[in-house]
Design a protein around this ligand. Structure first.
Ligand SMILES: Cc1cc2nc3c(=O)[nH]c(=O)nc-3n(C[C@H](O)[C@H](O)[C@H](O)COP(=O)(O)OP(=O)(O)OC[C@H]3O[C@@H](n4cnc5c(N)ncnc54)[C@H](O)[C@@H]3O)c2cc1C
Length: 492
């Protein structure tokens, strides 16, 4: 994936593409991949980096969603479990099975959760990963050595899957390019072209050289997550709000606070939320929260009370209790929850709003896909392209993504470590710049590697060396290095 080649392929403004996708998160990438693999001439434009929005800040689970089962959303759970099975097959090496334990501190909990999770197994059918069972206290403690011993009756063990969200996004971008799409990061859509009342393309601007682009297409798909309404208002200035952001944060702690390779799911904290403690890249991922009333932002800030909440609640379930000093990294993301059409007074907090997606097209033919989750993005892409083909009058062709294998890069030769506390090496920086369209220090340290998500202090330590290497590869000067280091320090 060479960025200049991708830019050159856009050609002059006279060409008419079949589909232009705005947004390079899970939804946009899945849509572009679906469209390109059907043979539609496809362009995807992302204003920042691939997955720089919500899609790099998830809990990193490909799951049916036990919480949705609790809410009785059987259809959503079944769809998610089917997509989980597809991802395990199509993105093997990027999406891996993960055992979870629901600890039981009351005698009836094993039976209660066991029943629900057996239904979960049943809904997965042939695509199930492993059977739910009920380990006793000794096995539960062996699997999660730091789990609170006092009062532990045992647990319910079930299976789901986990992944690296930014890596999966990149695999989707790489595969879309291999299928013929033009896929570009750091290109912002600034306007919609309209002809005779119909959306007929986009105006866009490249971030670094400020090059203005005018691209025509038969149909445009808006897949901009929490920014959905900004694009809709380029089409219909009076469009009502359709997406409600809800912030979720995660803390990254040393893995000793879990102690093993089994994740813990707390289905109901004292205030009724779900809490996950997940082994991820040799760390513990602890999350999440659900905070309403936050501003839309590409880089939302974790709130002090959210951090306190997670530390306090994790301590309830662990023998060695983490403190604020044990936090190695924090990240926050905004859920693009599809807003219910009209909110009754006092109704639905975001925790009970459905994660299922919403697809619609405007009178002028702008197709919008919002909501959903990483797990179901392939299905969302398929539905968005079905609709886009209809709206744009494209020849009907079936989706091929259910069985499409995603391209994963090969491991490179061993090289110098970025830092003793990070699992990355310098050759990965070279690959990120040369083959993966990384343009900024943040692209490399947050998404091509997950350094800043794993250890903020170690990332700060290695950032001058990484910036210098990037500058050499990109032909940049000392000033660029200084500016990148300053911008990265602000972003982190
Ligand atoms: C805390 C949290 C935990 C989650 N955990 C999970 C999980 O474990 N499993 C799961 O399945 N799902 C999970 N989700 C849900 C999942 O992460 C989201 O549903 C998904 O990432 C949304 O992807 P998206 O592409 O719609 O939005 P985004 O990832 O936000 O992508 C939209 C993109 O549009 C771009 N954009 C905006 N305006 C423009 C413009 N004018 N021009 C060009 N580009 C533009 C943005 O820069 C952004 O990159 C979680 C979500 C949160 C918040």
């Amino acid at each position: 994936m060479d960025r200049n080649t991708q830019l050159d392929r856009l050609g002059d403004s006279g060409e008419v593409w079949d589909v232009i996708v705005i947004g390079g998160g899970a939804t946009g990438l899945a849509t572009a991949l679906d469209a390109a693999s059907r043979g539609y001439r496809t362009v995807l434009l992302e204003q920042a980096d691939f997955a720089e929005g919500t899609s790099s800040k998830s809990t990193k689970l490909i799951h049916g969603g036990v919480r949705y089962l609790r809410n009785g959303e059987i259809g959503l759970v079944r769809e998610s479990l089917r997509e989980r099975g597809r991802l395990l097959k199509n993105a093997s090496g990027l999406v891996e099975p993960l055992p979870f334990v629901v600890p039981a501190y009351r005698w009836y909990e094993r039976m209660f959760y066991g029943t629900g999770l057996t239904i979960y197994d049943g809904l997965a059918g042939d695509l199930g990963i492993g059977r739910t069972r009920h380990p006793g206290a000794a096995e539960t403690k062996r699997r999660v050595p730091n789990l609170r011993r006092k009062g532990l009756h045992g647990g319910t063990l079930y299976w789901d899957a986990q992944f690296d969200d930014a890596a999966l996004a990149l695999a989707m971008a790489r595969t879309a390019v291999a299928q013929g799409a033009v896929v570009l990061n750091h290109v912002r859509v600034t306007g919609l072209i309209k002809e005779q009342g119909r959306v007929a393309g986009v105006e866009a601007k490249t971030r670094f050289k400020g090059r203005e682009l005018v691209l025509r297409s038969r149909v445009v798909v808006n897949a901009t997550g929490v920014f959905t309404d900004e694009i809709r208002r380029l089409d219909e200035p009076e469009a009502e709000e359709s997406v409600r952001p809800s912030q979720g944060i995660h803390l990254v702690l040393d893995k000793r606070f879990l102690g093993g390779g089994t994740a813990v799911m707390i289905p109901k904290t004292e205030d009724g939320r779900v809490l996950f403690l997940i082994p991820w890249k040799d760390r513990l991922l602890l999350g999440t929260t659900d905070t309403e009333g936050v501003e839309n932002s590409l880089h939302p800030r974790p709130l002090a009370e959210e951090i306190d909440y997670l530390i306090r609640h994790a301590a309830l379930y662990l023998d060695e209790k983490p403190s604020h000093d044990d936090i190695r990294a924090v990240f926050a993301g905004l859920r693009p929850l599809a807003k219910p059409p009209r909110r009754k007074p006092g109704a639905a907090s975001t925790a009970s709003l459905s994660r299922s997606h919403v697809l619609y097209s405007s009178e002028s033919g702008l197709v919008t896909m919002t909501g959903g989750k990483w797990t179901t993005c392939r299905q969302m892409g398929e539905e968005a392209v079905d609709r886009a083909a209809q709206v744009g009058g494209l020849p009907a062709r079936p989706s091929l993504t259910a069985d499409l294998t995603l391209l994963v890069p090969e491991e490179g030769e061993e090289s110098e470590a970025l830092d003793p506390n990070l699992p990355y090496q310098m050759h990965q920086i070279d690959r990120a710049v040369r083959e993966e369209m990384a343009m900024t220090l943040d692209d490399v340290l947050s998404r091509r590697t997950r350094s800043s998500f794993l250890d903020e202090a170690a990332t700060r330590r290695c950032s001058p060396k990484v910036a210098a290497r990037m500058a050499a590869l990109l032909g940049r000067d000392e000033r660029w290095i200084r500016e990148e280091l300053a911008a990265f320090a602000i972003d982190c």
